[in-house]
Design a protein around this ligand. Structure first.
Ligand SMILES: Cc1cc2nc3c(=O)[nH]c(=O)nc-3n(C[C@H](O)[C@H](O)[C@H](O)COP(=O)(O)OP(=O)(O)OC[C@H]3O[C@@H](n4cnc5c(N)ncnc54)[C@H](O)[C@@H]3O)c2cc1C
Ligand SMILES: CC(C)=CCC/C(C)=C/CC/C(C)=C/CSC[C@H](N)C(=O)O
Length: 477
């Protein structure tokens, strides 16, 4: 006999991971299960906007890849629309000069790249494309309802030992072995890792490839703000949003109406100054587990659930409306400075990772730097900028606003991804960020956790951790 569906499920965290999990849990478990989504801050989590003089700008997760199929589907199915992300010209600054500068002419760019770096740029493109090609297999597995019990097994199913090897070695090691030159790594690859992950080529090769994919053409964002996906997913999942801080989760035995004792989880949470608790059959934790970010205590588990000491990289997003001092980066005045983004090399004297022109979340255009005009620039830096630092970068500015993040894991390969299954019916989504942190990765983790919870609840072991899925599904329609 099929097992009765669970009565209540808790999801902790209303970022893209938690809200996509709630959406897929509803699809799998049906209309009767009660789903509570706990959120201590704002729905969206690391998808957020900041207001600059009446207009909203992305301050967290901003760009989405054209092949991020879950994000694409959410936008379509939830009645949202997409806008193209700014794709202005990019330069690379090393603290003294621009070591690389894009031109608006495709052919000139090609000649420049070949002149400086031979065919390494083309080889890099092919390397990323091959990794993305294999990455796309996850969509086929998930559309056939297959789930994975660990991030390592998921990665292995995409491309075997080579794929897992990418995760276990640094990007530097992988690219050096593949024959890429020091100059190319320092001047092109490191600046991309700095803008996207605030780190160097010491990150793992998989997140390195994801980061390079973040420079592909056709990047997009959600009109009105990426965080709208989270609120729409919550609505569509018909979950109950609990605005509160989860403090602890404890396994308890409860006698249900049927008279049989069953294992449940007691979730203790705080709303304002009040403490409450509730019981759940299944719990999904959709926030990084560490003291600084979530501080959830797992009580009385046998064996105990390990303490998480996952270090997340501090990062500050600063939005400034002002007139850029282009002479910081080149001898040219602003009316001859056509770069929309300046990336930086790994120079300890530099106090920013990147600076780029941005558009409001409602707009679908490419801002161009113009002389005597104040534009909104987004700066990523490891620490908050001082007024003196801002005045080095801008001739003048009207408005500045900042948001501090613990943004993404500090990657130190080789490392083990935290388990997805923490206990019998207790799941953890954010271990996937140790492979790579991106919106689509959290959406994949949300879907995977919903499938895993469903199959484990119903004893469908044949739908979990299947080997050779790619070969097996090749012949299926
Ligand atoms: C500055 C920045 C730029 C980025 N740019 C991009 C980009 O361009 N493209 C891209 O794809 N990705 C980008 N990312 C990464 C992307 O934003 C994240 O990978 C993704 O949003 C993570 O989503 P999540 O739901 O897993 O976690 P989160 O968004 O962190 O959600 C977790 C939620 O849980 C809540 N929570 C935590 N503890 C508790 C508790 N005890 N009780 C209740 N609630 C709790 C938090 O408040 C939070 O809302 C960027 C990230 C940052 C910070
Ligand atoms: C998950 C896959 C296959 C692809 C995602 C590619 C992608 C969009 C990578 C970007 C990841 C990231 C963390 C970017 C941070 S900064 C983004 C942007 N440059 C900005 O200026 O805000």
């Amino acid at each position: 006999e099929p097992r009765a569906p669970p009565e209540k499920i808790a999801v902790i965290g209303a970022g893209i991971g938690g809200t996509s999990a709630a959406y897929y849990l509803r699809q799998k478990f049906g209309k009767d299960v009660k789903i509570d989504v706990f959120e201590k801050g704002k729905v969206g989590g690391r998808l957020a906007t900041l207001n600059v003089q009446g207009q909203e700008f992305e301050s967290g997760g901003s760009v989405i890849h054209p092949l991020n199929l879950h994000m694409k589907r959410f936008v379509k199915d939830l009645g949202l629309s997409a806008v193209q992300s700014p794709s202005g010209l990019v330069g690379v600054y090393n603290g003294e000069t621009l070591v690389y500068e894009e031109s608006s002419w495709f052919i000139i760019n090609m000649i420049k790249l070949i002149w400086h770096y031979g065919f390494q740029s083309l080889r890099m493109h092919m390397w990323v494309e091959d990794i993305l090609d294999k990455f796309m297999r996850i969509y086929r597995y998930q559309s056939h309802d297959y789930a994975f019990s660990s991030v390592e097994k998921l990665l292995h199913s995409l491309g075997g030992d080579d794929y897992l090897g990418l995760f276990n070695r640094s990007l530097l090691e992988t690219l050096q072995k593949a024959g890429f030159s020091e100059k190319f790594l320092d001047e092109i690859i490191t600046p991309v890792m700095r803008v996207n992950y605030g780190q160097t080529t010491n990150i793992n090769g998989f997140v390195g490839a994801v980061s390079m994919a973040g420079t592909d053409p056709g990047l997009w964002a959600v009109k009105g703000g990426n965080k709208l996906v989270c609120s729409r997913l919550l609505q569509a999942s018909r979950s109950n949003l609990v605005s509160g801080l989860v403090m602890s989760i404890e396994e308890k035995t409860r006698t249900k109406q049927t008279g049989n004792p069953s294992k449940v989880y007691e979730v203790v949470y705080q709303t304002g100054s009040e403490t409450h608790s509730d019981f759940y059959d299944i719990v999904l934790v959709a926030t990084p587990l560490n003291r600084k970010m979530s501080n959830i205590n797992f009580l009385n588990f046998d064996p105990p659930i390990e303490e998480f000491h996952q270090h997340y990289e501090p990062l500050v997003t600063t939005l400034i409306k002002g007139e850029l001092n282009s002479t910081v980066f080149s001898s040219r005045a602003l009316n001859e400075f056509h770069l929309g983004t300046v990336l930086t090399t790994d120079n300890p004297d530099l106090f920013i990772n990147s600076i780029g022109l941005v558009s409001p979340v409602e707009e679908d255009n490419n801002p161009q730097p113009k002389a005597d005009t104040a534009h909104v620039w987004k700066i990523f830096s490891a620490a908050a900028l001082t007024k003196e630092q801002i005045l080095k970068l801008f001739v003048s500015y009207d408005y500045a606003v900042k948001q501090s993040w613990l943004a993404y894991p500090h990657y130190t390969p080789p490392e083990k991804c935290p388990s997805i299954i923490l206990h019998d019916q207790l799941y953890y989504l954010n271990g996937i960020e140790f492979a790579a942190s991106a919106m689509e990765m959290s959406a994949i983790a949300g879907y995977n956790a919903a499938l895993l919870a469903y199959h484990r609840w119903n004893g469908n072991t044949h739908m979990i951790d299947q080997e050779d899925l790619y070969e097996r599904l090749k012949t299926e329609l």
